[in-house]
Design a protein. Sequence first.
Length: 350
Amino acid sequence: MTKHTPFPRIAFIGTGAQGASIAADFTLAGLDVTFIDQWPAHVEAMRANGLTVNMPTRQLHTPVKALHLCEIAEIKEPFDLVFMVVKAYDTRWAAEMIKPVLAEHGFVVGLQNGMTQEAIAEIVGKHRTIGAVIEIASNMWEPGITTRQNDTDESWFALGALDPEQQPRVEEVANILRHSGTVEVVEDIHSAKWMKLVVNAAELIPSAIIDTALNDAARQPEFLEVMRKAGYEAMDAALADGATVMPIIGMPPVMSNHPERFVDEIFDEVLRTFSREDTLTTSLQDWRKGRRAEVDEVNGLVVDILEAKGKAAPMNRKVVEMAKEIEAGKRVLSPANSDELVAHYRGLVQ
Ligand SMILES: NC(=O)C1=CN([C@@H]2O[C@H](COP(=O)(O)OP(=O)(O)OC[C@H]3O[C@@H](n4cnc5c(N)ncnc54)[C@H](OP(=O)(O)O)[C@@H]3O)[C@@H](O)[C@H]2O)C=CC1
Ligand SMILES: CC(C)(CO)C(=O)C(=O)O
């Protein structure tokens, strides 16, 4: 029997590493959840064997209702709440696909890295868009099986409406998402999303370029400076785009109002609380699977915002350049790439 909720029909578009584990929590809580994914083998595996979620100290298994993307066109009853958990670069088309089956008073929640709430709002309308910060480390290498490295007691989310008139309803969405972790409802989701992007600019693509687990990358002193520099430039971009410094991911109230020290604090918190010794960033997982990573949506956005304001983002520009070479097959994914990034950093600070 399905639980009574203000959102009787829930969908996830994108049920990879992150979407699958959160949607599994909702399913096990008795909610009506539809899993929609573009990876055919994953949908077939979930239909045949259900979904398995491996966590540090327990394993979940549940039958799920899974649809291929092409089956969205067959949906008769609209969804009241849609969690968008595809990669940031897939947001626009995914929002267009879901729009015809989104209830008039429904919401799309952009549970992703990157400033995806803006693209979602352009497509489904500001009044139906909720921005979200997600902090969980997870990975998916096999169809039907996701590994979530942070159980619900150490998973963290922030939610905020784009349209202030809808903000009171965000609490109802938070109550649903609390099946999967701690949820903070924030008034200023633009700033919260930027604070996450700041730490993402430092950690994701830089550690992926050197084909190294996040914690190992951050343990290399000179490479840590490279990562921090990318984060400092991202903080500049955040401030230039109207964001204010605010604590996220369960950090204590801001310890420092110095923007660069604040970048260091968020980064330390990710390493201390969320990232495990073997955590590969979502971007390195993409590259090891031969897929595209969120380069333009994270480091590329920093370059674009600062350059549009007549400022420079030389560390992020270099990160984007090397990432594009990797994606074009012109550069090998290797720890040896560290030398070039470190040399570039040294040139900037001399
Ligand atoms: N994984 C992590 O640790 C973290 C991820 N995030 C963010 O969460 C969002 C979702 O990321 P995440 O869940 O990691 O992404 P995944 O790549 O695991 O899943 C996204 C989607 O990619 C497709 N996909 C994944 N693997 C394959 C494959 N081998 N072959 C074909 N298709 C595949 C699937 O379809 P489809 O494209 O339809 O979705 C999947 O749903 C991103 O914005 C990410 O930055 C944030 C914090 C940490
Ligand atoms: C948790 C982590 C480091 C894992 O990839 C991540 O991707 C993020 O902070 O967005």
